[in-house]
Design a binder for this molecule. Sequence first.
Ligand SMILES: Cc1cc2nc3c(=O)[nH]c(=O)nc-3n(C[C@H](O)[C@H](O)[C@H](O)COP(=O)(O)OP(=O)(O)OC[C@H]3O[C@@H](n4cnc5c(N)ncnc54)[C@H](O)[C@@H]3O)c2cc1C
Length: 256
Amino acid sequence: MNTSPHQSSIELAARLGVDCGVGDVISTSSLGPSLHEVVLGHASRFAGAPGNDIMVRLASSPGHFTRRRYSVRAVDTDRDALTLWITTSHDGSGSRWATNARVGDEVDVVGPRGKITLDHDADWHLFIGDTSGFAAFYRMAQAIETPGRAIFIVEVDALDDVVTSAFDDALGVTGIFIDRQGRGPSDPSGVLSALAAFEFPPDVGHAYLFGEFSVTKAAQVALVDRGLDQDRISRKAYWRAGRNNADGGEPDKSDD
Ligand SMILES: Cc1cc2nc3c(=O)[nH]c(=O)nc-3n(C[C@H](O)[C@H](O)[C@H](O)COP(=O)(O)OP(=O)(O)OC[C@H]3O[C@@H](n4cnc5c(N)ncnc54)[C@H](O)[C@@H]3O)c2cc1C
């Protein structure tokens, strides 16, 4: 196995103050029509805390490379492995990599990345977004101290795209999965109507919004209107409808 990352990955990791190395694909599988699992070996040190992600360096076109960020779904220190769940219903460098990945393929990994982790003072945790958020949502929910409560409001392209997970029996879990029914990916109406129908539990709650730029933005406004404190809302746009993420992995956040 080649153990040297590209010089640009080494420099990026140094700038970010994180680790860098070469991971190798040890398994891949399809979790549904729009979601692919990729398990990377030699990679557990990049996993960080629930909510964190890694950056991978991928070919975007012959001779060109880009970076994409993926939340860590699970970490297995015995196998020195971490698991990613990657959306594949669109055409992009990341979706092509996940779909075509073969056992033994190598990839530069930089991480851990990300500032949003679990709010341990909250009694209930509300996870809002789309298929791209499943990995982070489920890893974070599995880290909630019991008794506690996890609520998922996740929009999917079709109900076949819903993936579920096992949780501690002492955790209260509510899953609200919204069928997009052909609405555009930046149309927040499905998520907003599910949110409007959902009554906040008592006590302290924290909302985590991961997914499409405009949908997560609209959900954030709706949560503030409902009286949730800004400090209890963590939003990260993962992608933006109609626009490629930049080579640094971030979606366009301009206002137009
Ligand atoms: C912190 C962070 C964590 C992330 N974690 C995850 C994760 O765990 N799983 C995951 O799948 N993605 C995650 N993403 C998004 C991921 O990094 C990529 O941006 C996304 O997968 C698209 O990359 P791409 O190269 O395939 O497509 P791009 O080149 O970015 O986009 C190509 C086209 O596809 C569209 N598109 C992109 N994503 C989607 C989508 N999900 N559904 C429909 N159309 C889309 C774009 O609008 C564009 O038109 C995360 C992003 C960030 C910033």
